[in-house]
Ligand binder design. Sequence first.
Ligand code: HAM
Length: 423
Amino acid sequence: MKIQAVRGMQDLLPDRRERYRYIEDTARGVLHGHGYREIGLPLLESTGLFERLVGKTTDIVEKEMYTFDERGGDSVTLRPEGTAGCVRAALENGLLFNQTHRLWYSGAMFRYERPQKGRYRQFEQIGIECFGMTGPDIDVEILRIMHRILEELGVRDQVQLEINTMGDAASRAAYRDALVDFFAGRETELDEDSRRRLTTNPLRILDSKVESTRALVEAAPRLWDFVDQDSKDHFETLRRHLDRAQLPYVINPYIVRGLDYYNKTVFEFTTDALGAQGTVCGGGRYDGLVEELGGRATPAVGFAMGLDRLALLLEDRFEPQASADVYIASMGEDPRMAALLLADEIRAREPSLKVMVHCGDGKFKSQLKKADASGAMLALILGEDEVEGNRVTLKKLRVQSEQTSVDRAEIANHVQRFFATAN
Ligand code: HAM
């Protein structure tokens, strides 16, 4: 039987991986500039963590987790998201006692979803989690951070910010009851998924994309009418801040998010450019989560962006990078050794340069073809004659020019000057 990648798991070939790296570097730069510190978290957590924090009746916990028993018999789960693990780590390591923290993480998450463009079973997120600040100033800060990252990536105009408020736990519970009352007796008009959610997670019905259900949702009670005054004030202040910062947004009363832990501010950055999987970033406040895990009440807010979706947005804007700047061709044992030493010398002189040494057989003609394909600007050629005469032959690859012969002692200087004037 032919063995292939597991469904929903992607190979990121170098051109694509470079795009991910570019997004990571951009995000890291912006986060660094705002005083955020990176935290490393395990891929594997106790299953109970997600059941307790993400919510037993969410799609994620009900049907999307990669869960298995360890040899000792404990149930563990490949993290489907990063917030629960970050809260656990912060609590377990005593970070939450009268302190504020601005943390970020990146890495793979796992959800057993139906794969399609922009939706995978292993996907990458960059997430941030802020602890100890009640907002809404910090809520605004993280929205501005995401805005800035999108701007630096050059996709700001393709993405819009949608915000909503969930109120506190009591408003949410009251709203839940109101929804159940409203849909009771109208079950037959609901699609199958929504009918199931009526008993498990009625708020998620608001997310339905099914036309007939959407029509019903339009007529359903509004979350805003159940939101407590404190949350309303919080939301209005947030809006004033956003207006002042000239950060455009729309209010979407149907954003409830797929995880159970949110209160007050919730938001998503969405795009029309990716079809059905248009949410590139989602987040909000989760002031009750630390307490839920046994800690002291600690205000918290965060978001996570999907690298796979951002990378799709960047697809046609990104020129694959050359794998080499300088390619060294050589033939024969001594010249090959000399080529390896020369490469190190150039790398030491100019660490930003990518210097590739031809390995394996091949006539100079085919080696130079490889040099050309590598994207290098310069080829250096070392044959027996060059080694004996203490010289290196140099060929500029991107312009019409003759080969030149350079003194071996001068070659590193020569290369350095070439790239200094080329840039
Ligand atoms: P989430 O909305 O479930 O939130 O995921 C955040 C982002 O991850 C989504 O907007 C999307 O871009 C990406 N994503 C999710 N599932 C997939 C998938 N199957 N394939 C590709 N990309 C995907 C969270 O995970 C929360 N932990 C965010 C958060 C942090 N809230 C507060 N702090």
